[in-house]
Design a protein around this ligand. Structure first.
Ligand SMILES: Cc1ncc(COP(=O)(O)O)c(C=O)c1O
Length: 387
C-alpha cells in the first residue's frame, strides 16, 4: 500500500535539515536565513527528473493539483470537462470549483474510462478530459490520448493513484498536457497532505506556477512584495516540511512499487484458481503501481459475502465494495452541477459502471505484507465463492 508504511529516519533527517539550516518553512525568499535550503524547489526538480518531464509544481493536495491544472485552461461556464464515473469525489469537485460543467462517463473492464463512452459524450463544448488511473492501474491511455489529440481536447491525467506506474514505459501522469498526483497519507508516496502537477508545456507551467501563488510571477528583478502579476490566482503552495518529506519518499518510490508488484503477484497466484473471479483488465504495456488487486465476482451478493469473509480474517477491502459512495458518480446527488449535467438525475446515468462496481472486490496490497496474507485471502474468497 502506501508510503506511510516506510516512513521513518530518512524523512526525519530531511525535516531536521530544514531546522538545522535556519528553519525557514516558506518556499520563497528569506534567502539570508535559509542557508540555501529549498526543499520544495528540490522536490519539484527531483520529481520532474523522475517522471522525465520538463516541469513539476508542488501543491497542497491532489485535489488542489487538479484545480491548478484546470486553472491553466481558463475555463468558461459552458465548457465541459469529462472524467470517469469511478473516481474519488475530488476529480468532479475540481471541475465544479473551476466553474466548468462536470461530465462523467462509463468505465470499462479496466475499471477506468471507457474510450467508446468518452467518444459518445464529447460535444462542441468539451475542453478537457481528466482520465484517472484508479487504484494504480493505467487507463487505456493510447486510445484516450488519440481521441483528445484528434479533437484538440486537453488531456489531464489524475494520477493520484498512479505515482510510480507506467504504460509502454512512459510514466503515468506524463501522457497528457498535465498530470496530477496526490501525496495524501493513503498514497504510494506521501507527504501527509500534498500533491504535484507535471507539465510538458512551459507556458502552461508558468501559468500554473503563478496561479497557485496568488498570481505571483516571482520576478527576479523585484522583491516579492513588489512582484509583477498578469492575473489573479489562489494559494496552493506546498510548504518546506512537506517538500522535505517528499524528497525522502520519492527516493523510496521505486522500492515501494517493486515490493507492491511482488506482493500483488503473490496474491494473484494464491487466488488464481478460485471459481467466480474475473480479474480487472490491464491495458497491454501496463506496469501499474500494484496498489490493489481488483476483480469482479458473479454479483453484488457475492461481493458482500467476500467482504464479510475477509473481515472475519481481519482483512479489509480497499474501496470496493464498501466505499462506492465516495468513488462512484451515480451516488453524488449532493453535487447539483453534476446532476444538472446528466439531465437532472444520476439514477441510471452509468448503468454499466454500476453493474461492474457493485459486483467487485478490491484487495489492498501492502509493502510489508504478512507471509500468510495471500493464503488467508484465498481461503476467505474460496469460502465465499465456491460454496
Ligand atoms: C483519484 C483521486 N483524485 C484525487 C484525489 C485527491 O487527493 P488528495 O487527497 O491529496 O486531495 C484522490 C484522493 O484519494 C483520488 O483518489
Amino acid at each position: 500500500m502506501p508510503g506511510y508504511e516506510v516512513i521513518g529516519a530518512e524523512e526525519q533527517a530531511e525535516v531536521d535539515e530544514v531546522f538545522a539550516r535556519g528553519g525557514v518553512l516558506f518556499r520563497h525568499g528569506f534567502d539570508a536565513l535559509r542557508n540555501d535550503c529549498y526543499k520544495v524547489r528540490d522536490f519539484e526538480v527531483a520529481f520532474a527528473k523522475f517522471m522525465d518531464v520538463p516541469h513539476a509544481l508542488a501543491v497542497t493536495s491532489g485535489t488542489s493539483a487538479l484545480r491548478v491544472a484546470l486553472a491553466v485552461l481558463d475555463l468558461q461556464p459552458t465548457d465541459e470537462v469529462i472524467t470517469q464515473s469511478f473516481t474519488f469525489v475530488a476529480t468532479a469537485e475540481a471541475i465544479i470549483e473551476a466553474r466548468a460543467v462536470p461530465v462523467c462517463c462509463e468505465i470499462d473492464d479496466t475499471f477506468n474510462m471507457d474510450p467508446q463512452d468518452l467518444l459518445a459524450r464529447i460535444t462542441d463544448c468539451t475542453r478537457a478530459v481528466i482520465v484517472v488511473h484508479m487504484l494504480g492501474t493505467p487507463a487505456r491511455l493510447v486510445e484516450i490520448k488519440k481521441i483528445c489529440d484528434d479533437r484538440g481536447i486537453v488531456l489531464i491525467e489524475d494520477s493520484a493513484w498512479g505515482c510510480g506506474g507506467s504504460l509502454n514505459g512512459k510514466a503515468l501522469g506524463t501522457w497528457g498536457a498535465m498530470g496530477t498526483y496526490s501525496f495524501d497519507f493513503a498514497k504510494t508516496m506521501t507527504t501527509g497532505e500534498g500533491g504535484m502537477v507535471v507539465f510538458n508545456d512551459t507556458a502552461m507551467f508558468e501559468r500554473a506556477k503563478a496561479w497557485h501563488d496568488h498570481g505571483h510571477e516571482n520576478n527576479p528583478a523585484v522583491p516579492r512584495w513588489e512582484d509583477t502579476r498578469a492575473g489573479s490566482g489562489f494559494n496552493y503552495r506546498m510548504m518546506e516540511l512537506q517538500g522535505a518529506v517528499g524528497l525522502a519518499q520519492l527516493r523510496k518510490l521505486p522500492a515501494v512499487v517493486a515490493a507492491q508488484r511482488t506482493n500483488r503477484d503473490a496474491v494473484l497466484a494464491a487466488i488464481a484458481d478460485i471459481r467466480g473471479i474475473t480479474l480487472r483488465v490491464e491495458p497491454q504495456g501496463s506496469n501499474g503501481t500494484a496498489d490493489a488487486v481488483v476483480f469482479n465476482v458473479p454479483d453484488k451478493a457475492a461481493a458482500l459475502r467476500c467482504r464479510a469473509a475477509l473481515l472475519e480474517q481481519t482483512i479489509s477491502t480497499k474501496i470496493l465494495p464498501e466505499a462506492t459512495t465516495w468513488h462512484f458518480a451515480e451516488t453524488w446527488t449532493h453535487m447539483p452541477e453534476l446532476v444538472a449535467a446528466h439531465g437532472g438525475t444520476l439514477t441510471e446515468a452509468f448503468p454499466r459502471s454500476r453493474a461492474r462496481l457493485e459486483a467487485s472486490v478490491s484487495l489492498p496490497v501492502f509493502v510489508n505484507m504478512a507471509a500468510d496474507f495471500p493464503s488467508r485471502v484465498a481461503s476467505a474468497l474460496r469460502a465465499s465463492l465456491e460454496k
